[in-house]
Write a protein that binds this ligand. Structure first.
Ligand code: ZN
Length: 351
């Protein structure tokens, strides 16, 4: 008798258990807490180990959208892009500040700032690097499947306006952000970094075109994905997203920043000037096999030199320059592959 009761009861529990499990699997979300982020002691020690790379740098964080611009939403209306961008931005600010970096934000509350103002603020801020934070949507309305992590840089390698340092920063951030979230980088790119000309040929994104300091734009994931929306509304997951950006940027900085610091003269009385540019490579070493030197967008002669322990790049025109204003563009890279920060200078020939 007892057996007769127990068996059906066990069977009923089994059925409930199986149904329960399968329901849970379908609805459940999955993400991993990075071991260098959780528990808190690990997070603290990771941040302190990155502080030597972040010290002295100012990072400009630009959480996209906000205020009345909050149309971009997930399929259930739970994930609102403007809010996600701000959340990730604020968590990123926290990690950066704990690592000793200075942080400036285009917005740290729910408000709308124009695209022009975001770039203007960044250009006038004195910040070293600009990161615009967004979440993505597919071209096709109703697509609740597409989801990947991508990071954008301005222009393409063949364009004069292309700054390879932006691509460097994008690669480092993309790798760690995508890894932290457990996402791929999409099928349109080998490593998940994309030129903004891929979206708007010849123009790119306004914030990347009008900002002149080193800059990238991250599309952390698709808020339009039915699955991703469920993760994006979890606060802990937003922290992990910010952590990925923090770690990626820290690894970029670890490889060293190269700056063409200054030029010895901006006015020349000869049609064949030797432009002497001072290099600050943080003593990481320069890869002297690489240099892009251009005057008025045309290739120029260049030579690396050393004067009183000061590394120099000397650029001269391939043909005599007429009197007037000219533009120099120079890009070098360090032995770790990091390209120099943008260095475009106007100079005058008065011969
Ligand atoms: Zn956006």
């Amino acid at each position: 008798m007892l057996r007769k009761i127990i068996l059906p009861v066990i069977s009923l529990f089994s059925i409930l258990f199986i149904v329960g499990c399968s329901t849970t699997v379908v609805q459940n979300i999955y993400y991993v807490k990075p071991f260098d982020w959780h528990p808190k002691e690990n997070q603290d020690s990771t941040i302190s180990s990155y502080s030597m790379f972040y010290k002295g740098y100012t990072i400009f964080i630009d959480p996209g959208h906000g205020g009345t611009d909050r149309r971009n939403k997930g399929p259930k209306g739970l994930a609102i892009e403007a809010d996600l961008n701000l959340k990730v931005g604020l968590y990123l600010r926290d990690y950066l500040q704990r690592a000793g970096a200075n942080v400036i934000m285009s917005r740290d509350f729910d408000t709308l700032i124009s695209l022009d103002d975001r770039s203007k603020m960044a250009n006038e801020s004195g910040a070293d690097i600009f990161i615009s934070i967004h979440h993505n949507a597919p071209g096709r309305a109703g697509d609740i499947f597409t989801n990947y992590t991508s990071t954008y840089y301005h222009a393409t390698q063949k364009d004069y306006e292309f700054e390879p340092c932006n691509h460097d920063i994008a690669k480092y951030i993309q790798r760690d952000l995508a890894y932290s979230m457990g996402n791929s980088g999409g099928l349109g790119s080998f490593d998940g970094t994309y030129s903004d000309y891929w979206i708007y040929p010849g123009a790119g994104f306004s914030v990347l075109r009008k900002t002149i300091i080193p800059r990238v734009l991250v599309e952390c994931a698709f808020h339009t994905s039915e699955y991703e929306e469920q993760r994006l509304i979890v606060d802990e997951f937003n922290q992990i997203q910010a952590w990925g950006i923090f770690r990626g940027l820290g690894k970029y900085l670890r490889q060293g920043i190269v700056r063409l610091a200054s030029i010895d003269n901006l006015e020349y009385t000869t049609s064949d000037p030797q432009l002497k540019i001072f290099i600050d490579d943080q003593n990481k070493g320069i890869d002297s096999s690489f240099c892009i030197a251009q005057i008025n967008k045309e290739p120029a002669y260049f030579i690396f030199a050393n004067e009183n322990n000061q590394k120099l790049l000397i650029v001269s025109p391939k043909s005599p320059l007429p009197p007037g204003e000219h533009e120099l563009n120079a890009i070098i890279k360090n032995i770790n592959g990091n390209h120099s920060f943008p260095f475009r200078k106007k100079f005058i020939v008065t011969n």
